[in-house]
Design a binder for this molecule. Structure first.
Ligand SMILES: [Zn+2]
Length: 256
Protein backbone atom coordinates (compact mmCIF):
# COMPACT_ATOMS: atom_id res chain seq x y z
CA UNK A 1 0.00 0.00 0.00
CA UNK A 2 1.25 3.45 -0.93
CA UNK A 3 0.46 6.41 1.35
CA UNK A 4 0.92 10.02 0.28
CA UNK A 5 0.19 13.26 2.11
CA UNK A 6 -1.30 15.70 -0.41
CA UNK A 7 -2.21 18.38 2.16
CA UNK A 8 -1.51 18.72 5.91
CA UNK A 9 -5.08 17.46 6.48
CA UNK A 10 -5.24 14.79 3.76
CA UNK A 11 -3.46 11.43 3.43
CA UNK A 12 -4.25 9.12 0.51
CA UNK A 13 -3.58 5.39 0.84
CA UNK A 14 -3.69 3.28 -2.31
CA UNK A 15 -4.34 -0.47 -2.23
CA UNK A 16 -2.22 -2.98 -4.12
CA UNK A 17 -5.33 -4.23 -5.89
CA UNK A 18 -7.16 -2.06 -8.43
CA UNK A 19 -5.31 0.93 -6.92
CA UNK A 20 -8.39 1.36 -4.71
CA UNK A 21 -7.98 4.55 -2.70
CA UNK A 22 -8.70 5.41 0.92
CA UNK A 23 -8.55 9.00 2.15
CA UNK A 24 -7.84 10.10 5.71
CA UNK A 25 -9.19 13.62 6.02
CA UNK A 26 -8.87 15.87 9.04
CA UNK A 27 -10.27 19.12 10.32
CA UNK A 28 -9.22 20.26 13.78
CA UNK A 29 -9.52 17.37 16.23
CA UNK A 30 -11.57 15.09 13.99
CA UNK A 31 -10.71 12.92 11.03
CA UNK A 32 -12.75 10.72 8.70
CA UNK A 33 -11.68 7.61 6.85
CA UNK A 34 -13.25 7.70 3.37
CA UNK A 35 -13.53 4.34 1.54
CA UNK A 36 -10.94 1.64 2.13
CA UNK A 37 -8.00 -0.38 0.85
CA UNK A 38 -8.72 -4.05 0.20
CA UNK A 39 -6.13 -6.42 1.70
CA UNK A 40 -6.10 -7.29 5.43
CA UNK A 41 -2.52 -6.09 6.01
CA UNK A 42 -3.39 -2.74 4.41
CA UNK A 43 -6.47 -2.35 6.60
CA UNK A 44 -4.47 -3.33 9.66
CA UNK A 45 -1.94 -0.58 8.91
CA UNK A 46 -4.51 2.22 8.60
CA UNK A 47 -4.85 3.09 12.32
CA UNK A 48 -1.03 3.36 12.55
CA UNK A 49 -0.99 5.56 9.47
CA UNK A 50 -3.66 7.81 10.98
CA UNK A 51 -1.78 7.88 14.31
CA UNK A 52 1.49 8.87 12.63
CA UNK A 53 -0.29 11.71 10.87
CA UNK A 54 -1.81 12.80 14.20
CA UNK A 55 -5.37 12.15 12.92
CA UNK A 56 -8.08 10.94 15.31
CA UNK A 57 -10.56 9.00 13.19
CA UNK A 58 -14.09 9.55 14.50
CA UNK A 59 -16.10 8.39 11.49
CA UNK A 60 -15.93 6.57 8.21
CA UNK A 61 -17.60 7.45 4.96
CA UNK A 62 -18.26 5.40 1.85
CA UNK A 63 -18.49 7.18 -1.51
CA UNK A 64 -20.76 4.38 -2.78
CA UNK A 65 -21.92 0.88 -1.93
CA UNK A 66 -19.52 -1.29 -3.95
CA UNK A 67 -17.95 -3.81 -1.59
CA UNK A 68 -14.32 -2.81 -2.22
CA UNK A 69 -15.05 0.65 -0.77
CA UNK A 70 -16.77 -0.64 2.39
CA UNK A 71 -13.99 -2.35 4.31
CA UNK A 72 -12.84 0.38 6.72
CA UNK A 73 -14.69 -1.30 9.59
CA UNK A 74 -11.73 -3.71 9.73
CA UNK A 75 -9.54 -0.71 10.60
CA UNK A 76 -11.84 1.55 12.63
CA UNK A 77 -14.47 -0.78 14.06
CA UNK A 78 -15.89 1.79 16.48
CA UNK A 79 -16.22 4.66 14.02
CA UNK A 80 -19.80 5.08 12.76
CA UNK A 81 -20.39 4.80 8.99
CA UNK A 82 -21.92 7.63 6.98
CA UNK A 83 -23.08 7.41 3.36
CA UNK A 84 -25.39 9.09 0.89
CA UNK A 85 -29.11 8.36 1.28
CA UNK A 86 -28.90 6.54 -2.07
CA UNK A 87 -26.15 4.28 -0.70
CA UNK A 88 -27.98 3.62 2.56
CA UNK A 89 -31.04 2.62 0.48
CA UNK A 90 -28.96 0.39 -1.79
CA UNK A 91 -27.31 -1.41 1.14
CA UNK A 92 -30.74 -1.97 2.70
CA UNK A 93 -32.04 -3.35 -0.64
CA UNK A 94 -29.10 -5.71 -1.08
CA UNK A 95 -28.50 -7.21 2.37
CA UNK A 96 -25.39 -9.41 2.45
CA UNK A 97 -24.29 -8.51 -1.10
CA UNK A 98 -21.06 -6.81 0.00
CA UNK A 99 -20.22 -9.74 2.28
CA UNK A 100 -20.84 -12.25 -0.53
CA UNK A 101 -18.71 -10.36 -3.01
CA UNK A 102 -15.91 -9.93 -0.48
CA UNK A 103 -16.00 -13.66 0.24
CA UNK A 104 -15.83 -14.46 -3.48
CA UNK A 105 -12.78 -12.20 -3.87
CA UNK A 106 -11.10 -13.71 -0.81
CA UNK A 107 -11.79 -17.26 -2.00
CA UNK A 108 -10.36 -16.54 -5.43
CA UNK A 109 -7.19 -14.92 -4.07
CA UNK A 110 -6.72 -17.10 -0.94
CA UNK A 111 -7.09 -14.08 1.34
CA UNK A 112 -7.73 -14.69 5.03
CA UNK A 113 -9.51 -12.08 7.15
CA UNK A 114 -9.62 -11.73 10.93
CA UNK A 115 -13.43 -12.15 10.75
CA UNK A 116 -16.51 -11.56 8.62
CA UNK A 117 -17.31 -8.05 7.38
CA UNK A 118 -19.66 -6.24 9.71
CA UNK A 119 -21.55 -3.49 7.96
CA UNK A 120 -23.82 -1.39 10.19
CA UNK A 121 -26.66 0.45 8.47
CA UNK A 122 -25.07 3.78 7.67
CA UNK A 123 -26.19 7.17 8.85
CA UNK A 124 -27.64 8.81 5.75
CA UNK A 125 -26.15 12.09 4.70
CA UNK A 126 -28.39 14.57 2.92
CA UNK A 127 -27.21 14.83 -0.69
CA UNK A 128 -26.63 17.47 -1.93
CA UNK A 129 -25.71 18.94 1.42
CA UNK A 130 -22.96 19.29 3.97
CA UNK A 131 -21.22 17.08 6.46
CA UNK A 132 -19.54 18.58 9.52
CA UNK A 133 -16.00 17.61 10.43
CA UNK A 134 -14.15 19.35 13.27
CA UNK A 135 -14.85 23.04 12.86
CA UNK A 136 -15.48 22.81 9.11
CA UNK A 137 -17.88 21.30 6.58
CA UNK A 138 -17.52 19.06 3.58
CA UNK A 139 -19.73 19.70 0.58
CA UNK A 140 -21.56 16.54 -0.45
CA UNK A 141 -22.70 16.08 -4.07
CA UNK A 142 -24.69 13.29 -5.67
CA UNK A 143 -22.51 11.03 -7.84
CA UNK A 144 -24.52 8.35 -9.61
CA UNK A 145 -24.20 6.79 -13.05
CA UNK A 146 -21.33 4.45 -12.14
CA UNK A 147 -23.77 2.78 -9.80
CA UNK A 148 -27.25 3.96 -8.89
CA UNK A 149 -25.95 5.39 -5.62
CA UNK A 150 -23.06 7.52 -4.49
CA UNK A 151 -21.61 10.85 -3.47
CA UNK A 152 -18.56 13.00 -4.02
CA UNK A 153 -16.96 15.00 -1.21
CA UNK A 154 -15.35 18.41 -1.54
CA UNK A 155 -13.05 19.73 1.20
CA UNK A 156 -12.91 23.43 0.33
CA UNK A 157 -10.14 24.39 2.78
CA UNK A 158 -7.82 21.80 1.26
CA UNK A 159 -8.96 22.11 -2.36
CA UNK A 160 -9.43 18.34 -2.41
CA UNK A 161 -12.22 16.51 -4.24
CA UNK A 162 -12.87 12.85 -3.34
CA UNK A 163 -15.08 11.70 -6.17
CA UNK A 164 -15.63 7.95 -5.80
CA UNK A 165 -15.47 5.87 -8.98
CA UNK A 166 -15.13 8.73 -11.47
CA UNK A 167 -12.10 10.39 -13.10
CA UNK A 168 -9.82 7.38 -12.75
CA UNK A 169 -6.50 7.53 -14.58
CA UNK A 170 -6.34 3.72 -14.66
CA UNK A 171 -9.91 2.61 -15.36
CA UNK A 172 -12.37 3.68 -18.05
CA UNK A 173 -15.80 4.78 -16.81
CA UNK A 174 -17.81 1.80 -15.51
CA UNK A 175 -21.27 2.91 -16.50
CA UNK A 176 -24.74 1.79 -15.49
CA UNK A 177 -26.53 4.90 -16.82
CA UNK A 178 -24.86 7.15 -19.42
CA UNK A 179 -27.27 10.02 -18.70
CA UNK A 180 -26.66 9.95 -14.95
CA UNK A 181 -22.93 9.51 -15.52
CA UNK A 182 -22.74 12.59 -17.75
CA UNK A 183 -24.77 14.60 -15.23
CA UNK A 184 -22.31 13.60 -12.50
CA UNK A 185 -19.36 14.68 -14.65
CA UNK A 186 -21.09 18.04 -15.23
CA UNK A 187 -21.57 18.43 -11.46
CA UNK A 188 -17.95 17.57 -10.73
CA UNK A 189 -16.51 19.81 -13.44
CA UNK A 190 -16.59 23.20 -11.63
CA UNK A 191 -14.96 21.62 -8.56
CA UNK A 192 -12.32 19.87 -10.65
CA UNK A 193 -11.51 23.26 -12.19
CA UNK A 194 -10.72 24.75 -8.78
CA UNK A 195 -9.27 21.63 -7.13
CA UNK A 196 -5.65 21.31 -6.09
CA UNK A 197 -6.10 17.55 -6.00
CA UNK A 198 -8.73 15.08 -7.12
CA UNK A 199 -8.74 11.64 -5.52
CA UNK A 200 -10.51 9.06 -7.69
CA UNK A 201 -11.73 5.74 -6.27
CA UNK A 202 -9.06 3.92 -8.28
CA UNK A 203 -5.62 5.28 -9.18
CA UNK A 204 -3.27 7.94 -7.87
CA UNK A 205 -4.42 11.36 -6.70
CA UNK A 206 -4.48 13.79 -9.63
CA UNK A 207 -3.56 17.42 -9.87
CA UNK A 208 -6.57 19.48 -10.92
CA UNK A 209 -5.42 20.07 -14.51
CA UNK A 210 -4.79 16.36 -15.09
CA UNK A 211 -8.20 15.48 -13.61
CA UNK A 212 -9.82 18.03 -15.94
CA UNK A 213 -8.20 16.31 -18.93
CA UNK A 214 -9.50 12.92 -17.73
CA UNK A 215 -12.95 14.41 -17.27
CA UNK A 216 -12.97 15.53 -20.94
CA UNK A 217 -11.84 12.07 -22.09
CA UNK A 218 -14.44 10.35 -19.92
CA UNK A 219 -17.21 12.61 -21.18
CA UNK A 220 -16.23 11.87 -24.77
CA UNK A 221 -16.19 8.14 -24.03
CA UNK A 222 -19.57 8.07 -22.25
CA UNK A 223 -21.20 10.19 -24.98
CA UNK A 224 -19.80 7.81 -27.59
CA UNK A 225 -20.99 4.81 -25.55
CA UNK A 226 -24.48 6.31 -25.48
CA UNK A 227 -24.48 7.16 -29.21
CA UNK A 228 -22.36 4.41 -30.78
CA UNK A 229 -22.39 1.54 -28.30
CA UNK A 230 -19.67 -1.02 -28.97
CA UNK A 231 -17.99 1.27 -31.54
CA UNK A 232 -17.15 3.89 -28.92
CA UNK A 233 -13.38 4.47 -28.89
CA UNK A 234 -11.69 3.99 -25.52
CA UNK A 235 -9.72 6.83 -23.92
CA UNK A 236 -6.20 6.76 -25.43
CA UNK A 237 -4.18 5.75 -22.35
CA UNK A 238 -6.73 3.18 -21.15
CA UNK A 239 -6.97 0.56 -23.89
CA UNK A 240 -5.69 -2.59 -22.18
CA UNK A 241 -7.53 -5.88 -22.45
CA UNK A 242 -8.94 -5.36 -18.94
CA UNK A 243 -10.37 -2.00 -20.01
CA UNK A 244 -11.79 -3.49 -23.21
CA UNK A 245 -13.56 -6.06 -21.05
CA UNK A 246 -15.08 -3.25 -18.96
CA UNK A 247 -16.16 -1.58 -22.21
CA UNK A 248 -17.93 -4.77 -23.31
CA UNK A 249 -19.79 -4.87 -19.98
CA UNK A 250 -20.76 -1.20 -20.39
CA UNK A 251 -22.17 -1.96 -23.84
CA UNK A 252 -24.13 -4.87 -22.45
CA UNK A 253 -25.58 -2.82 -19.57
CA UNK A 254 -26.25 0.40 -21.43
CA UNK A 255 -27.46 -0.72 -24.84
CA UNK A 256 -28.89 -4.19 -24.13
ZN1 LIG B 1 -14.62 0.86 -7.06
Amino acid sequence: MRAVGIHPDVVVATSRVWQTTCVLLRSGEEAFCIDSPVFPDELELLPTLAGQAGFRVVGRLATHGDWDHLLAGYAFADAPLGAAESTAARLADEPGAAQRELRAFDDEHYVERPGPLTLPSPQSLPVPGHCGIGDRELDVLPADGHTRDGMALWAPWAGVLVCGDYLSPVEIPMVTSPGAYLATLARLEPLVEQAEWVVPGHGAALEGTRAAAILREDRAYVEALRDRGADAPLPPARRTSAQRAIHAENVERCTG
